[in-house]
Design a protein around this ligand. Structure first.
Ligand SMILES: *Cc1c(COP(=O)(O)O)cnc(C)c1O
Length: 353
């Protein structure tokens, strides 16, 4: 009883903090937990979990793609996709700051035995011309270029979004050069909402797409990899190899389906919140510059007066959490556990800094 009360108190205290560190910190809502409680489950390694089968079918249909597989994380969906698209000693083309290269523990080398050709993009986005220039010639000295990977929205680009036309041009380059095209869509729904696009626009242009349910959509765990039937069949094999085959995973899959059915349109609120915070920041003299805020991520740099770590520490005194992502750079991410009141409080604190 005492223990229970302590846990409750701890949660209460934690809920007082305004946590902008990432959109991964969201906790399942009571409505989501109700769905979880009633989820029908089975053994998903046998293909018998009805909640997972529903989730995979729903997602594939949403994107107009043939098939889908549920995985424990976005790192795993990306890594499986790269593994399925490549052979060892081949080359993956991606942006310098992309998650698959920077934040997946060297997985491209470890899992796929591939090397990477990095492109310096514009806030995380690359162009068809850059892709063309990055493709290796058919020369035995050179690694064979086989895969291009894009990130939308681009995390280190401050949640920047691709224009559909620019993706179409990259698709054409891939077709002309027999390259596959993968999308790290950890925050694809933020782009879809911000740009008023349709999931099927993306489904028709990419060979594979990874989406995260555990970011802005607010599910506790999980990502979905989408692609052609044969591709997903192969992906299931590698998911098992990587230890990602789960049993009654419908418990978390049901939360993921709930998130897709209820939490997409509301991302617009997160975008508006981010815009308001960026506006408050823009008036401060210690801010050097702010990346244009397109979705739910604000990346800004501070003048030497205020090292990033010091600013983060200052905010923490007011129970506002952000992350210093570089010596002089701070990242703030809005999400569904951030209320309009919290945004107002944050803007007031910023004004007083
Ligand atoms: C979060 C994220 C992923 C996947 O991360 P996991 O924590 O493994 O689910 C992939 N790409 C980007 C851009 C991300 O932000």
């Amino acid at each position: 009883m005492v223990f229970k009360r302590a846990v409750w108190a701890l949660q209460y205290i934690r809920s007082m903090t305004i946590d902008f560190r990432s959109d991964t910190v969201t906790r399942p809502s009571p409505a989501m937990m109700e769905v979880v409680k009633n989820a029908r489950v089975g053994d998903d390694v046998f293909g018998e979990d009805p909640s997972i089968n529903d989730l995979e079918a729903f997602t594939a249909d949403m994107f107009g793609m043939e098939s889908a597989v549920f995985c424990p994380s976005g790192t795993m969906t990306n890594q499986i996709a790269i593994k399925c698209h490549t052979q060892p000693a081949e080359e993956v083309i991606c942006e310098r700051q992309s998650h698959i290269y920077q934040y997946e523990g060297g997985g491209i080398a470890y899992n796929s035995g591939c090397q990477v050709k990095l492109i310096e993009g514009n806030r995380g986005r690359i162009t068809a011309e850059q892709v063309t220039a990055a493709i290796n010639p058919d020369d035995i000295h050179k690694a064979k270029s086989t895969l291009v990977s894009l990130e939308n929205t681009a995390n280190r680009g401050g949640g920047s979004c691709y224009e559909m036309d620019d993706i179409r041009k990259i698709r054409k380059v891939c077709d002309d050069n027999r390259l596959n095209l993968h999308l790290d869509g950890a925050r694809l729904f933020n782009a879809i909402v911000a740009k008023k696009q349709q999931p099927k626009d993306f489904g028709s242009l990419f060979d594979s797409i990874s989406i995260c349910l555990s970011k802005g959509l607010g599910a506790p765990v999980g990502s979905v990899l989408l692609g052609k039937k044969d591709f997903i069949k192969k992906a299931r094999r590698f998911r098992k190899v990587m230890g990602g085959g789960m049993r009654q995973s419908g418990i978390i899959g049901a939360a993921g389906l709930y998130a897709l059915q209820h939490n997409i349109d509301r991302l617009a609120i997160d975008h508006e919140h981010a815009r308001q915070i960026a506006e408050a920041l823009s008036k401060k003299s210690f801010i050097k510059d702010i990346f244009p805020v397109e979705t739910n991520i604000i990346i800004f740099s501070v003048t030497p007066v205020y090292a990033a770590k010091r600013l983060v520490a200052e905010l923490k005194k007011h129970e506002i959490l952000a992350i210093a992502i570089a010596e002089n750079q701070v990242r703030i991410v809005t999400h569904l556990d951030i209320t309009t009141d919290m945004v107002r409080t944050t803007c007031e604190v910023i004004r007083e800094l």
